[in-house]
Write a new protein. Structure first.
Length: 168
């Protein structure tokens, strides 16, 4: 009889966790058409009772999976009375862990996005770039069972054109 592949089977244990956090968002308009927008989020999310009886491991006090300790964003944008639009933004993420042992992680990273365009009436045409400096970052990772790690990466640098129209 054939055995199922080991990556399709696993052991399940239950855990308890605690998560507390706060978020702050601010917006300022120093002069007409120019906005500065910022936000910061802090999370303290950890296992309070996570013993793996199958492997004899104790993960109490380790950070929860996929829960960064902080996130932030900062943007500056300008809309001129004549229709020009420009925006530059930073998006940051703190350390993220991908396993209960906190041995597989992504270090903090920042992505820069930019957008310029022209807006008139109910239509806007924009050129944009996301992840402008082509930051490489991991969004998913797990042990492959043979001592290695498999990972999925976030979006690479992209450029594009966007047309928006608001129907009334």
């Amino acid at each position: 009889m054939l055995e199922p592949p080991s990556f399709l089977t696993g052991r399940i244990s239950t855990a308890q966790a605690r998560a507390v956090g706060a978020e702050l968002e601010v917006r300022a308009t120093p002069f007409d058409g120019f906005d500065i927008i910022g936000g910061f989020g802090y999370t303290d999310a950890e296992f309070t009772d996570n013993d793996n009886p199958f492997a004899g491991e104790d993960f109490d006090g380790n950070q929860l999976l996929y829960s960064p300790d902080y996130t932030y964003n900062l943007a500056a944008q300008y809309r001129s009375p004549g229709g020009f639009f420009g925006r530059l933004e930073l998006q940051g993420v703190g350390t993220v862990f991908f396993d209960d042992a906190n041995s597989i992680k992504e270090d903090p990273f920042t992505i820069v996005n930019a957008r310029i365009g022209y807006e008139f009436d109910t239509t806007g045409i924009y050129l944009f770039s996301n992840n402008l400096f082509d930051e490489e970052y991991v969004t998913l990772a797990f042990a492959d069972g043979s001592g290695g790690t498999l990972a999925g990466y976030g979006d690479r640098r992209t450029f594009g054109v966007e047309v928006r129209h608001q129907f009334q």
